[in-house]
Design a protein around this ligand. Structure first.
Ligand code: ZN
Ligand code: ZN
Length: 273
């Protein structure tokens, strides 16, 4: 740094200005390359070859038909109440096929495993692997959106029903009872939950605050009131009742996942020839 008068921010700007175009080209090239990497798999919807593309959350498999545009003529114009004809809509260019699916680190397609369980809405559940391990989710298609694709208009869909797993089936815990007791650590109100060893108090700001309070140390009258309130609160909760795919056989919390596996429940993509 010979010119001692120059401020470091100016230097940084100059440096970045010089480098940025080069970086952009490098990234573009990388993207283009990843975009068209052929995969050994065939598209299960149209039999075209699947290719690896780079999305915001990494590589994924995408149908090569996504780059082939077909012209779609929207429905014929309807006449208005006054009998006037509306302008015919312009034909649209749409991808020939927009099948896509996630892959694991080795580029193997991550196919969901069919599980013998129905969600409360009656949708078959499948096992998927996420950033935090395996979980069960309703079997609805949720392909990653390739770049440049507009989000579909329409009513917002409900988030899919999800169950966490730890080898055995885990039901979501019911919402806690909010008490008027202040957290000793941060002053936020505390939650009361039913535990294996009786009711317990935890800060509402969890996980930001891990404040706890010993329920047993509360004055007897307060304990009694809260116990009654908690019992009423729990009675008001609808308990989750799930069944197998037959819609009749109940599945209880703690059921080992292996008891819910379906023979041949993992499909495989056929190879592209
Ligand atoms: Zn396809
Ligand atoms: Zn707290």
């Amino acid at each position: 740094m010979a010119q001692g008068t120059k401020r470091w921010t100016d230097m940084l700007h100059e440096f970045h200005g010089e480098l940025a175009p080069k970086l952009e080209t490098a990234m573009q090239e990388q993207h283009e390359k990843a975009k068209g990497d052929p995969s050994p798999y065939a598209c299960p919807e149209c039999s075209r070859q699947l290719e690896y593309r780079l999305g915001r959350s990494g590589r994924f498999l995408s149908c090569s038909g996504f780059n082939e545009k077909i012209v779609e003529q929207p429905a014929a114009p309807k006449t208005t109440a006054k009998g006037k004809k509306r302008k015919p809509p312009k034909p649209k260019e749409v991808p020939a096929c927009s099948f896509a699916m996630p892959v694991d680190r080795d580029g193997k397609p991550r196919l969901p495993e069919q599980i013998d369980l129905l969600s409360p809405a009656g949708v078959p559940m499948v096992k998927r692997t996420g950033r935090f391990g395996d979980f069960l989710v309703e079997d609805k298609p949720r392909p990653p959106k390739p770049k440049g694709r507009k989000p579909a208009d329409g009513p917002a869909e409900l988030p899919p029903f999800i169950l966490n797993l730890d080898k055995n089936l885990k039901f979501p815990s019911p919402p806690p009872l909010v008490t008027d007791i202040a957290c000793p650590k941060c002053g936020e109100l505390m939650n009361l939950r039913e535990g294996k060893r009786g009711p317990w108090l935890g800060c509402r700001a969890f996980p930001k605050c891990r404040g706890r309070e010993a329920f047993a140390k509360l004055p007897d009258a307060k304990k009694k009131d809260l116990e009654k309130e908690l019992a009423d609160h729990m009675r008001g909760q609808t308990k989750l009742s799930l069944t197998r795919r037959d819609g009749v056989t109940p599945v209880i919390e703690g059921t080992p996942l292996k008891d819910l596996q379906i023979e041949g429940g993992v499909a495989e993509l056929s190879l592209f020839q």
